[in-house]
Write a protein that binds this ligand. Structure first.
Ligand code: ADP
Length: 481
C-alpha cells in the first residue's frame, strides 16, 4: 500500500469521514521540502461536542465486551500497523521530517502499545481484601473511566497516540483525539486502520483544527472523564486548570530538561554513542532528549572531542533520502530557538566545536552543534532547547553533578554513565527524574513505565501501570453475610 492511501484529509467522527461544518481547512506542510502536503479540516467546538457525544454513545457496548474480545480487535489493529509500517512510516516522515528509518521505528513503537495493552487488559485484576468485620466481605473492581480526551504533539505523531489509545481501548474507554495541527495525518491513518480492524464506530474519533476551540470543549464537557496530554508544560498547566471545573482525571506528559552525566569511571566511547542517540534523535526534538551534558574533569576533553567528531559526521537531509539521520526541525520557530540558545552560550564564553549554523539545504535544516565550556546558568542548560544543540558543562565531583542535574523544575528523564556499582546506585536514587538511563541513551519501551516527576508531568504510560491511568477502582462492601 502506498502512503497516499493513508493521507486522509478528513476527520473521523462516529465511524464516518467528515469535513468541518463550515468547510474550513488548515494546511499541512512537509517541513523537509517546505511545501504543502495537503489540508486537514479546521474543526472547532461544535464538531468536538459531536465527537464526544459519539464517544459517549459508543461507550456501553465497548465497555460491555470482555477484555479478550477487545484484545482480538486490538491485535488486528496492531497487525495492520505492522503490515503497513513502510507506508505509515513514509507518511510520518513526510509530515514531520524525521528520517524514514526513525519513522518506521516510531510506527513499531506506537503499535507495541496497542499489542501490549491488548494483553494487559486481560490482567486488570481487582482484589479480595481481608475483611475488617466478620459479617462483611470486601472486593475491588477496576473499571474503565469512560470517555477519554487525548491531545498529542507533533514530535511523535503516531507513538504519542498509540501510548494513549492502547490503554484506553483495553480498559473499555472510548476516545476523542486532537492531534497536533502540524502532523494530523499519522493520527488519521490510525483511524483508517482502527476502522479496518473492527474498532466500532464512535470508539475512536479524531478531530483536527483549532487547539483552543477543540481543547476548550474537551476540557469543559462533563461527559469527558479523563484528559491525557503530551506537550509543553505551559499548555499542560492551562489544561489542568481547565479540567479542574469538571474534576477530570488527568495524565500529563510535559516538558523535560534531561541531564546526561559522564563520570570519570565511565566507558567514554559508550557514553559518546549514548549521547549521540539521546541528544540528536529526532533532531533533538523529543521530551527525553538530553538537554545538558555534565562531564567530570578527567574525561571532559576526550568526551567533547569525540562527541563533536561524531556530531560533525552525521548525515543531514530530507527524511526520505537514503542514509539520512538528521532531518529538518519542525519549523522556523524551532530553528530560532536553537539560535537563541547558541547565541546566549557563545556570548557568555562557551566554545563552538562543530556546527553552529543553518544547513546549506536551507529551510529548517540545522547542523548538529556541540559547544564546550558551557555554564550551568546559560539558557541551553536551563530551558528545553528541543533542537540539535549539545552544550557540555565540566564538573568536579559526584555531589556537584547531582546538585547540578537536579537544579531544575523538570524531572522527566536523566542519564548517566559510570561503572562503579556503589556510584550507580547512589546517583540513580538521588536523581530527581521519573526515568533514569544508566549506561544507555535509549530508554523508551512499552514494557516500562514512562513519565515524569515535578513539572514534567502526572501519571505513567506503558508497562502494567499504564492501564491504571484509564481505570477507576470501585470497592464493593458486602454486608449481612
Ligand atoms: P509543542 O511545543 O510540542 O507544540 P504544545 O503544548 O504547544 O507543544 O502542543 C501540544 C498539543 O497541544 C498540540 O496538539 C497543540 O495543538 C495542543 N494545544 C496547544 N494549545 C492548546 C490549547 N490552548 N488547548 C488545547 N490544546 C492545545
Amino acid at each position: 500500500m502506498d502512503y497516499t492511501h493513508f493521507l486522509r484529509q478528513q476527520c473521523y467522527i462516529n465511524g464516518k469521514w467528515c469535513d468541518a461544518d463550515n468547510g474550513a481547512t488548515i494546511n499541512v506542510s512537509d517541513p523537509g521540502k517546505g511545501k504543502v502536503l495537503g489540508t486537514a479540516p479546521n474543526m472547532g467546538q461544535v464538531e468536538t461536542e459531536r465527537a464526544i457525544d459519539a464517544a459517549e454513545a459508543a461507550l456501553p457496548a465497548w465497555r460491555a465486551k470482555t477484555a479478550g474480545e477487545r484484545a482480538k480487535i486490538m491485535r488486528r489493529f496492531f497487525d495492520l500497523m505492522i503490515a503497513n509500517q513502510d507506508a505509515l512510516g513514509e507518511l510520518l516522515s513526510r509530515e514531520q521530517g524525521k528520517p524514514f528509518s526513525e519513522a518506521k521505528g516510531e510506527i513499531a513503537y506506537s503499535a507495541s502499545f496497542i499489542e501490549w495493552f491488548a494483553e494487559e487488559g486481560k490482567r486488570a485484576y481487582g482484589e479480595v481484601v481481608p475483611s475488617h468485620a466478620a459479617d462483611r466481605r470486601i472486593v475491588t473492581l477496576k473499571q474503565g473511566i469512560g470517555v477519554v480526551a487525548a491531545i498529542t504533539p507533533w514530535n511523535f505523531p503516531s507513538a504519542m497516540i498509540g501510548r494513549k489509545l492502547g490503554p484506553a481501548l483495553a480498559a473499555g474507554c472510548t476516545m476523542v483525539l486532537k492531534p497536533a495541527s502540524a502532523t494530523p495525518y499519522s493520527a488519521l491513518a490510525l483511524a483508517v486502520l482502527a476502522d479496518e480492524a473492527g474498532v466500532p464506530a464512535g470508539v475512536f474519533n479524531v478531530v483536527t483544527g483549532s487547539a483552543r476551540a477543540i481543547g476548550g470543549e474537551l476540557t469543559r464537557n462533563p461527559k469527558v472523564r479523563k484528559l491525557t496530554f503530551t506537550g509543553s508544560t505551559e499548555i499542560g498547566v492551562q489544561l489542568l486548570r481547565e479540567c479542574a471545573d469538571t474534576v477530570k482525571k488527568v495524565s500529563m506528559e510535559l516538558g523535560g530538561n534531561a541531564p546526561f552525566i559522564v563520570f570519570d569511571d565511565a566507558d567514554v566511547e559508550a557514553a559518546v554513542e549514548g549521547a549521540i542517540v539521546s541528544k540528536f534523535r529526532n533532531c533533538g526534538q523529543t521530551c527525553v532528549c538530553t538537554n545538558r551534558f555534565y562531564v567530570q574533569d578527567a574525561v571532559y576533553d576526550e568526551f567533547v572531542t569525540k562527541l563533536a567528531a561524531r556530531a560533525k559526521a552525521m548525515p543531514i537531509g530530507y527524511g526520505m533520502d537514503e542514509g539520512v539521520v538528521i532531518g529538518p526541525l519542525i519549523d522556523m520557530a524551532a530553528v530560532e530557538k536553537v539560535e537563541e540558545h547558541l547565541e546566549d552560550a557563545l556570548s557568555g564564553g562557551a566554545t563552538l566545536l562543530t556546527g553552529g549554523k543553518r544547513h546549506t539545504l536551507g529551510g529548517s535544516f540545522y547542523e548538529p552543534t556541540v559547544v564546550a565550556n558551557v555554564k550551568a546558568d546559560m539558557k541551553l542548560a536551563r530551558e528545553e532547547t528541543f533542537g540539535p544543540l549539545a552544550g557540555v558543562i565540566r564538573f568536579k565531583d559526584e555531589a556537584e553533578a547531582i546538585a547540578l542535574a537536579n537544579d531544575t523544575e523538570f524531572g522527566l528523564a536523566a542519564y548517566f554513565y559510570a561503572r562503579d556499582l556503589g556510584r550507580v546506585w547512589r546517583v540513580a536514587e538521588a536523581l530527581g527524574a521519573g526515568i533514569v538511563g544508566i549506561n544507555t541513551g535509549l530508554i523508551s519501551t512499552e514494557v516500562a513505565p514512562f513519565g515524569g516527576v515535578k513539572q514534567s508531568g502526572l501519571g505513567r504510560e506503558g508497562s502494567r501501570h499504564g492501564i491504571d491511568d484509564y481505570m477507576e477502582i470501585k470497592y464493593l462492601c458486602m454486608g449481612i453475610l
